[in-house]
Design a protein around this ligand. Structure first.
Ligand SMILES: *Cc1c(COP(=O)(O)O)cnc(C)c1O
Length: 395
């Protein structure tokens, strides 16, 4: 897979047979290692897409590859009508590192599925219907999760969605106080909005959400699908805020890049009726083995601390940079948003030409989600590239 004609054929085959729902970059990625990706012509890139948040451990981490290979030879499928050794151990390990009293978990296969479970469990355990979510919030694209997602671009074509979802301005305590009532099943929030432009919550806002939920008998659901597993400089972003939810939703980097979701439940989610929810693949031993290894790597390599240190350095440099095209630098740990005064598309293309892959978060925000194992020199090279690209665009 090295000559130009093969490249063309990969593109052509995908163009012909894919659903067409993804706008694709002109690039075929064939291999990854740590924070590097290679295209089919052998060119290396520094990766700040990080599998859109799924690659916190770096690409093809040897411990993950080994855990998956070993489990694949032992047992891949085992629905939850049976107990399973690997799943049992993982559930114990996951709930042990989770904050507060989140002692039980429902396992699934993606972020949206983990949100669906959270919404269903909130409704069934409170007997209420309303969900209060935030403007600019993103919670996934299945019909329930989409009802909590704010962006019209995602929602518009699929109306009507599930009723009784309310969106309030993020970080607005007054609006939240008005919205939460004795009809509210749950308040659903990201501690740092990801897709919505990399916007950290004000500590007072999350604390108010916790207090309002307690006062009015609603559940607090935190969506840490993107902020979890070391990304913000703590294992979970909620540790920055000292706010514990009744339901914690995880996915993306939970299993070292393998697909998995988890919905962690606190004591205010009572006992759930049998058969009220389920998933064929949920809690499968292959994903559980990968997730066990991921948790171990996360702790052994002290990745949250690394994200904290590197993130602080990067944001200091970006904020000190003489770059009039930067409006604001926001973030927490290695979840970084650079709000620009120009559209982000051309900046992403120019970075790609310089061997750096990055993400947008809306029309004008450049988002960096590098694997947390990224070397400091590579992170510096990314910042150099951003500086050069923005300087060239000023002219
Ligand atoms: C990515 C994401 C989701 C959806 O996860 P999928 O696995 O794509 O369904 C939900 N919430 C947040 C905060 C996310 O970043």
């Amino acid at each position: 897979m090295s000559d130009r004609s093969t490249t063309a054929s990969v593109h052509t085959i995908e163009q012909t047979h894919t659903s067409g729902v993804y706008p694709k970059r002109d690039l075929a990625i064939v291999r990854g290692e740590g924070a590097y990706l290679w295209d089919d012509r052998g060119r290396r890139y520094i990766d700040c897409v990080g599998g859109q948040g799924a690659a916190n451990l770096g690409h093809s981490h040897p411990a993950i590859a080994e855990a998956i290979a070993r489990q694949a030879r032992t047992l891949i499928s085992c629905p939850e009508i049976f107990y399973n050794d690997v799943r049992a151990r993982y559930l114990a390990e996951l709930t042990a590192v989770a904050p507060g009293e989140l002692n039980r978990a429902f396992l699934s296969n993606s972020g949206a599925e983990a949100i669906e479970a959270a919404l269903k469990f909130a409704r069934i355990s409170t007997g209420r219907r309303e969900i209060v979510a935030a403007m600019r919030g993103f919670h996934g694209r299945t019909m329930g999760a989409l009802s909590a997602t704010w962006n019209k671009k995602y929602r518009g074509p699929f109306l009507p969605l599930v009723p009784d979802f309310i969106h309030i301005p993020y970080n607005n305590i007054e609006a939240l106080t008005r919205a939460v009532s004795d009809a509210t099943a749950a308040v659903l929030l990201e501690p740092v909005q990801g897709e919505g432009g990399v916007r950290p919550a004000d500590p007072a806002f999350l604390q108010a959400a916790r207090e309002l939920c307690d006062e009015r008998g609603a559940l607090l659901i935190l969506d840490e699908i993107q902020t979890g597993f070391g990304r913000t400089g703590r294992l979970f972003a909620l540790e920055h805020y000292g706010v514990n939810p009744d339901i914690l939703v995880l996915a993306k980097s939970i299993a070292g890049g393998a697909p998995m979701g988890a919905t962690l439940l606190g004591p205010r989610v009572g006992e759930l009726p049998r058969m009220v929810h389920g998933s064929t693949f949920g809690g499968n031993p292959l994903a559980a083995a990968a997730a066990r290894a991921a948790l171990q790597v996360m702790q052994e390599e002290r990745l949250p601390e690394r994200a904290e240190r590197l993130g602080r350095q990067v944001m200091e440099r970006l904020r000190a940079m003489d770059a009039p095209l930067i409006r604001e630098v926001r973030g927490l740990g290695l979840m970084i948003g650079i709000e620009l005064k120009i559209k982000v598309g051309p900046v992403l293309r120019a970075l790609q030409e310089r061997g750096v892959l990055a993400l947008p978060a809306g029309a004008t925000v450049l988002r960096l989600l590098p694997p947390l194992v990224i070397e400091q020199e590579d992170m510096e090279q990314v910042v150099d590239a951003i500086e050069e690209v923005l300087a060239a665009m000023r002219q």
